[in-house]
Every structure is written in C-alpha cells, then in structure tokens.
Design a protein around this ligand. Sequence first.
Ligand code: ATP
Ligand code: MG
Length: 403
Amino acid sequence: MEEAALTVVRALQEAGHIAYFAGGCVRDMVMGQTPTDYDVATSAQPDQVSAILRRTRKVGAKFGVVLARISGHDIEIATFRRDLDYQDGRRPSAVEFTDAREDAIRRDFTINGMFYDPIRRELVDFVGGRADIEARIIRAIGDPHRRFAEDHLRLLRAIRFAARFDYRIDPDTWSAMQRHAPQLVKISPERIREELDMMLSHRGRARAFRDLRDSGVLRYLWPTAERLLPRADEILALLSALPEDTGLELCLAIMLLDYHDADVGEVCDALRCSNDTRREITWLIQHAPALDDPDRLTLADLKLLMADRAFDRLVTLLAARLTATGQPMTAHQVLTARIRAIDPAEVSPPPLLSGRDLSELGVPPGPLYKKVLDRVYYAQLNRDVADRESALRMARELIASAI
Ligand code: ATP
Ligand code: MG
C-alpha cells in the first residue's frame, strides 16, 4: 500500500503539483509504526488528479476527495483545502481549495496534522506535530475552543487518540473539552457508537473511560448515561481487568450492568447498535449473576449457557469481576474445570424428542408442546434421561400430570 501511495505522489509531483502523504499515516511513521492506510494530499484539483491518474473515482466531490485504485489498493487523494462555515457542529458546509499550510491547520490535532514528502523523504510539519509526538501530547491545532465548537466529534477523537497512544491531553485542549462536553449531544448516535467502539475495543479502554468521565463527556454519550457516574470507579476496575482483545459488546455490558432489560434496549437503540450487538449485551447482563456460584449451576443450566455464542465473553466477564473486586479466582477455576469436563458434542445435542413424538402421544398443539419438549430437553442435557425410551416415559408423565 505504501508503494501504491508513493506511485500516486510521484505521478502528481511529476505533473508539477505538490503532493504529500498526509494525516494518520505520517503520524504513524513518525511514531515508528507501520500505517494501516495512506492518504495523499495535493495541490492538484480533483479534475487534474483524475486526468493524471488512470483509475479514479470522485468520492467526496464537495470536499475535493478522489479515490485512486493502484495495484489493488484504494488511495484517497484530497486537494489541499480550508473548511468553511461549520454549521451543524460536525461538517463544514463548504470547502475552498488552498495550500498545504491551510490544509494542515484545518486538521484536528497536531499529531494528525503533518505531511510527508516520500520523494524528498522530508517531513512537512506546520503544526509542531513531531514535537508533540516526542512529548506524547494530544493538542488541538489552533484555538482549542474554536476547534471543539466547530466539530464536537473531536471531543471523542481526542480521548480516543490519547488512550490509543497513551498520550497526555494538553491542558488548554483539555479545558476546552470540558467546556464543550455538553455539545456532544448534537453528534449523530452512529458516530458516537463508532468512536466508542474504537476506543473500547482497544487496550487503552480504561484510560478512555476515565477521560470520558473526567472531561464530562461521559454523561452525554446517551440520554441515561448519567447513571454511569456513581458506578464509574467500578466500571474502571472492570474495564482494566479485561483482556486486550475484548470488543464493544462486553464493554457496554459492563457499563450497563445495573440497567434493567428495557433500559439496556433503550441505550442500544440510542446508539443504533445492530440487533446482534443488542442481543449479546442484553444476554451478558442477564446471565452475569448465574456464574457467581458455578457449583450451583446444574449441568443443563451450564450447557444452555455454553450453547450461546457469547458464552466466552460471559466467562471473561466473570474473571474481570473477580479481579476487579479483589476476590480469589476460585469461581473461575471451578467453572473452567466444569467446562473442560463437558464433551463439546454434548453441549447442544439433537433433542431426543420432537414435536412429532408429542402429537403421536396425542398432545393437541398448544403451549403444552413447548413446555414438555423444553422439560425433556433439559432432562436430556442434565443426563436425567439418556435415551428415547426414558424421554418418552418422561413426556407421558408430564402430559398426564398437566391434564
Ligand atoms: P486512524 O489511524 O484511526 O484512521 P487517522 O488519523 O487516519 O487515524 P481518520 O479519521 O482516518 O484518522 O482521518 C484522517 C485525517 O483527517 C486525520 O489524521 C486528520 O488529519 C483529519 N481529520 C479526520 N477527522 C477530523 C476531524 N473531525 N476534524 C479535523 N480533522 C480531521
Ligand atoms: Mg485513517
């Protein structure tokens, strides 16, 4: 991909334009990390870019962004621009093409505001990004108040970058964030969820949560987010106890542990979570207490839990709860030993009885059907019935006592 981006820069420069790597990839290179994607910024206008490079598409015509397909990679090429009249607290209503310097100072944070000329192998740093990387500081470019007033999403971006790199947030930037925190409510829920996903799916998640709380942003994440404040220390301890590769679902479940089902649903709606995410969060919260005393779970209860896709996360949650509250890991050890003793094929075996068996026993269709089948299946999982014969006997007894 770097080769592809280099090809773009070379072609643009050979046609007489200024062209640089820009933004996140330059930051990553200065940090000594390998960028995941490369953006190019140039003095060439979109039409000129399309004329110089062969396979291009205009993606953000209004913002002067062209996408070029080079040996299988998509490279975003943006014309140097200045953003005009932010109106909705998120996006400028218009842009004006300009020079590299102005394109640098419209960017959010100094570490994200640098260019790199890969032909001359030169950093082009109008904003002091390199110094801030050396000092490990997140600092808004220009007047922080203006920058957060223009685009409130930057509140979350600051917290995300600080947590991701474990950088300090510059004091002036931080106090502007505290002042502008209430404006987060004007940001679209999808964008808020995407940012939360990125910051919580990262090992810096506890740091991110702490900054969310301390900046005052936390209470504006969703309508009832204020309810997190009294539990914030507990949430911090739980998030700190999670393994690195934990995703958004478990983190949100931890934040919503004391919410009732309906309230969890409301938060998931508010954040426009997918149905899968919503189901998993609700399931984790409902079943978290079940693992508190794993000795008391019946074999069938345990198998029913194990059959769920989110079971591993439930076990992770148990481990985090024990660690966070300084308890011994006994419950976790007991649980894992019990899980290991169960043959995976026995977790959700095909049922011994089906609806057909019940209708052959003369059960009329109705609620009794499912009740009997569930009870027999539970007994099967629990090894109380081992074969069809005993399953049928149990079904007959249940039907007889129900009638
Ligand atoms: P990541 O590695 O997370 O993708 P990134 O720096 O590439 O980080 P992007 O969101 O991909 O972040 O944005 C690319 C660049 O565009 C940023 O480095 C920054 O210069 C600029 N940018 C993005 N979002 C904003 C914003 N809300 N305000 C100002 N500049 C922004
Ligand atoms: Mg990026």
